[in-house]
Design a protein around this ligand. Structure first.
Ligand SMILES: NC(=O)c1ccc[n+]([C@@H]2O[C@H](COP(=O)([O-])OP(=O)(O)OC[C@H]3O[C@@H](n4cnc5c(N)ncnc54)[C@H](OP(=O)(O)O)[C@@H]3O)[C@@H](O)[C@H]2O)c1
Length: 361
């Protein structure tokens, strides 16, 4: 089994799932208060085997949500691009809340190579899930987007109101357009059915994420997991140097995925009046980022330290740097009471453990 297929570590052996997609078992007995916004909620996590979806599942367990209140289906069990199948699933299981963390996700190479898949699959999945949720009376839904929704030349740090103010980065434009459509789907259902049906669909836009369940594929992964793999291989092969693309000076931001999951549950459970005070009907998404961004050089040095690589790090300035800085403005979410907890060094150590576990699985 390759690294991407293994999502070891997230599924507790104390939990078994019946054929119907509902979780059977006992609470884990964590001390935190319940994450349920409604005591009788049945929570569907779309994409629960992905990096973010599995972290949301961990978070809900940790906050004491009963396993019988959690609903999941693997991609093989339910292809979310298939409208009829999605409707049948909602009709059968009747979730009351949805975390929409299923998506087709990848780095620059994958986005450039499969642009049709990235726009079609993501548009279909989110349209099917959001429409089925509405049709079956789901009042609470959280949609996950991405920082790539913002214009390529957006002022830094990027605040929510930078949306639709300029051209997007061409390499992932199809994916970004799908994500923007997801935000607008949520807003449109709220505007049309909020008052009449109590529909309350929210969106969060995470910065770059990393952590357990990440994709370490040599070509199709994001920068941070790709560097973890590269440094690990360099150490294993005793290489004297590791080449990192660009000058090392661009600044990026990386959020540990369990912090992201905490943000998702936090936003989902904010009282509607509070959410509405901090958003607008047609500008309703919320950024999820860190307080600080770091240089690529700093990230490479921290990864080398965590991995135990003591060779040289060489920055190949003949390769493009990309945007000098990409940083989310997370003031909106901070003012709503959420802050990240896991430092980059601690998060990278946990991510490296996960990489090794996936490698050995
Ligand atoms: N990773 C990041 O750095 C990052 C940053 C910003 C935003 N986000 C957002 O966070 C969300 C989750 O990302 P992630 O990193 O957790 O991605 P991921 O690890 O690739 O997980 C995505 C999940 O969606 C499932 N899925 C894909 N196509 C499906 C389909 N047609 N039907 C049913 N399930 C399907 C996948 O199942 P299979 O693997 O079986 O196909 C997988 O479980 C996405 O909306 C993404 O845009 C991620």
């Amino acid at each position: 089994m390759g690294p991407r297929q293994s999502h070891s570590g997230w599924r507790s052996p104390r939990f078994a799932r019946d054929d119907g997609g509902e979780w059977k078992g006992h609470n884990r007995g964590f001390e935190e208060t319940s994450a349920l916004s409604m005591p009788n909620a049945k929570i569907y996590i779309a994409g629960h085997r992905g990096m973010v979806g599995s972290a949301i599942l961990r978070r809900l367990w940790a906050q004491g949500v009963a396993s019988t209140q959690l609903l999941t289906a693997t991609h093989a069990e339910l292809d979310l691009t298939q409208q009829r199948a999605v409707n049948s699933f909602f009709a059968k299981h009747r979730p009351t809340e949805v975390y929409l963390a299923a998506a087709k996700v990848g780095g620059i190479h994958a986005n450039n190579t499969y642009p049709a898949d990235f726009i079609y699959d993501n548009l279909m999945m989110q349209a099917n899930v959001i429409q089925a949720a509405f049709a079956h009376g789901v009042q609470k839904l959280l949609f996950l987007g991405s920082s790539c929704i913002y214009p390529r030349m957006a002022a830094q740090p990027m605040s929510e109101d930078a949306l639709l103010t300029g051209p997007l980065e061409p390499t992932n434009e199809p994916y970004a357009i799908a994500k923007i459509a997801g935000i607008k789907l949520c807003e449109s259902y709220n505007r049309q059915y909020g008052a009449s049906h109590g529909v309350d669909y929210r969106s969060v836009m995470p910065t770059n994420l990393y952590g357990p369940g990440d994709n370490y594929h040599p070509e199709n992964s994001h920068v941070l997991p790709a560097l973890i793999r590269r440094f690990h291989e360099a150490r294993s092969q005793g290489l004297a140097e590791v080449k990192v693309w660009g000058t090392g000076t661009p600044r990026r931001e990386f959020l540990y995925v369990d912090d992201m999951a905490a943000a998702c549950v936090h936003v989902m459970n904010l009282p509607l009046s509070v959410y509405q005070q901090h958003t607008q009907p047609m500008l309703s998404h919320i950024n999820v980022g860190c307080a600080e961004d770091v240089t690529i050089a700093n990230v490479a040095q921290t990864i080398a330290k965590v991995v135990g690589y003591s060779g040289r790090i060489v920055f190949d300035s003949s390769k493009p740097d990309g945007t000098p800085r990409k940083h989310m403005d997370s003031k909106r979410l901070n003012s709503l009471g959420w802050h990240p907890k896991v430092s980059l060094e601690k998060g990278l150590a946990l991510a490296y453990q996960d990489f090794l576990a996936q490698l050995n699985a």
